[in-house]
Design a protein around this ligand. Structure first.
Ligand SMILES: CCCCCCCC(=O)SCCNC(=O)CCNC(=O)[C@H](O)C(C)(C)COP(=O)(O)OP(=O)(O)OC[C@H]1O[C@@H](n2cnc3c(N)ncnc32)[C@H](O)[C@@H]1OP(=O)(O)O
Length: 249
């Protein structure tokens, strides 16, 4: 019993230490989050996960362009310094896991809360480079988010080009991550996409998202997919996110 309580306590601590939990919460989101977490934690078993793979770190499939851009943004990120004050930073890399809840900070195993075979959609293909290779950085003032995206061969739509649904997936992923930095328990309510120019399969592109406005429970974000030098506009989109009342069950 004592051990179980200790694990529940650690679970709460882990959830509260997630980057998203440190952001400003909409009051209704805050209440919902506490209710959902506590309800789920009290009914389900915990295990400890020794290691989580962060899929947003470089791997052997990354091309030169992807690596170069990663280095560029990563060099402007917060540096963890032991015993000294943290340096100022312009961007923050957003870690990415294939079972987000399993890999809450502290390694508490939480994904049993949901289905054991469930995987985060964009991170469920084992072969590196085959599908969605990407890394996201969020700006210090949280007004902008940038994603470096390398589209793998499994994402083909028209011959030699990326499928429109895969592009929509990435736009949703980037904008929802951005919106999640601002508030919690959000759902995509509307995604409006204009495809301007096809994206060659295997190429690397930049996905930039900017906060348009927040209005009550609503977050509006606009997004552009461009070539890495910014000269070609591939896709434009706007996204609306709403803090969900339904997520609490
Ligand atoms: C990084 C890991 C995250 C991965 C997840 C990626 C994101 C996703 O793909 S989410 C999955 C896809 N989305 C969904 O399934 C959402 C399904 N829809 C819903 O759950 C609900 O309709 C939801 C939550 C969007 C809104 O429901 P509800 O909380 O009842 O909102 P409701 O009270 O009707 O409306 C709130 C406001 O939003 C507006 N609104 C709601 N839906 C829309 C819409 N589709 N278009 C425009 N405005 C809308 C309303 O007009 C209202 O505005 P106002 O306050 O100004 O009057």
């Amino acid at each position: 019993m004592a051990r179980t309580l200790c694990r529940i306590f650690k679970g709460c601590q882990s959830i509260c230490s997630l980057p998203l939990m440190k952001t400003r919460l909409h009051p209704s989101a805050s209440v919902l989050l506490r209710t959902v977490c506590v309800r789920r934690m009290l009914t389900l078993p915990f295990r400890f996960s020794p290691k989580a793979q962060d899929f947003s770190l470089p791997n052997s499939s990354w091309g030169a362009e992807m690596r170069q851009l990663y280095e560029h943004y990563n060099s402007q990120c917060e540096e963890e310094m032991k015993g000294e004050e943290k340096q100022d930073w312009a961007w923050k890399r957003v870690p990415s896991y294939n079972r987000t809840l399993k890999h809450a900070t502290g390694g508490v195993y939480l994904s049993k809360i949901y289905q054991s075979k469930a995987r985060f959609f964009t991170r469920n293909i084992k072969e590196p480079g085959a599908a969605f290779e990407y890394v996201l950085f969020v700006s210090k003032d949280e007004q902008k988010c940038v994603c470096i995206f390398q589209a793998g061969h499994l994402l083909e739509g028209p011959q030699g080009y990326v499928h429109g649904g895969a592009i929509a997936t990435m736009i949703d992923t980037v904008t929802v991550t951005h919106a999640s930095v601002l508030t919690l328990l959000i759902m995509t309510a509307n995604l409006n996409i204009n495809y301007r120019r096809p994206i060659p399969l295997g190429s690397t592109v930049l996905i930039d998202s900017s906060l348009n406005k927040t209005e009550g429970r609503k977050v509006l974000i606009s997004c552009k997919v461009t070539s890495t030098d910014g000269s070609k506009l591939h896709t434009e989109a706007t996204a609306l996110f709403v803090v969900s009342r339904l997520l609490g069950g």
